[in-house]
Write a protein that binds this ligand. Sequence first.
Ligand SMILES: Nc1ncnc2c1ncn2[C@@H]1O[C@H](COP(=O)(O)OP(=O)(O)O)[C@@H](O)[C@H]1O
Ligand SMILES: [Mg+2]
Length: 228
Amino acid sequence: MRVIALASQKGGAGKTTLAGHIGVEAERCGYGPVVLIDTDPQGSLAEWWNAREAETPFYARTGLARLAEDIERLRAEGVKLVVIDTPPAITATIAEVVRLADLVVIPARPSPHDLRAVGATVELVERHGKPMIFVVSGATVRARITAEAVMALSQHGTVAPSIIHHRTDFAASMIDGRTVMELDPNCRSAGEIAQLWSYLDTRLSGRTHRTMLTAGLAAAGGAALAAS
Ligand SMILES: Nc1ncnc2c1ncn2[C@@H]1O[C@H](COP(=O)(O)OP(=O)(O)O)[C@@H](O)[C@H]1O
Ligand SMILES: [Mg+2]
């Protein structure tokens, strides 16, 4: 079983949106059973899940004091992936979630405020010695600042080779507990999530750097470059 945590002290970075989408996509790709956990007192992921008609991914109610124990119980029950959403502040909760995670995904919008806020999260994750991946989210299509954000983030760690763009279907799909894939599996947003999950899957399964590099090039539209 693997545990992915979504973390960033910045509200509105896309943590909850990505937690739901990663959970559903992993399940769709046969990685399940997947369990979602919401540790944000605002409970947005839990509310989204309550509005959901589909039974999977599952949701586990837990609390900070029982989190470690509950994760072990899920492992014993044969769960394959746990996706944990966290509050937008550096709290005891985030520290505990990061301690229990195998991989920390840090979403950041390509804005100076988001990029400046990344430092505190990175520090926390590094203190726990956990692998982390940045995901540029809510990016405006064809905006120059997106490339600048990727370069800025890459100074601090690995950036996922799949940018999540700002599209209304990400918000709209979640109104009734769904995801962009469940509105239209062939839309661009669904493609971005599929690419993101495929990359996270590679990282979680510890496949070789070479595979990851080729996947990254293909994602960047550089397949021809790799072949030449
Ligand atoms: N890629 C996206 N495109 C459009 N809207 C988005 C996108 N990602 C998130 N949002 C919207 O932005 C707001 C904040 O996203 P959310 O996932 O709740 O961030 P966080 O959990 O980090 O605070 C929500 O209203 C959400 O619907
Ligand atoms: Mg949230």
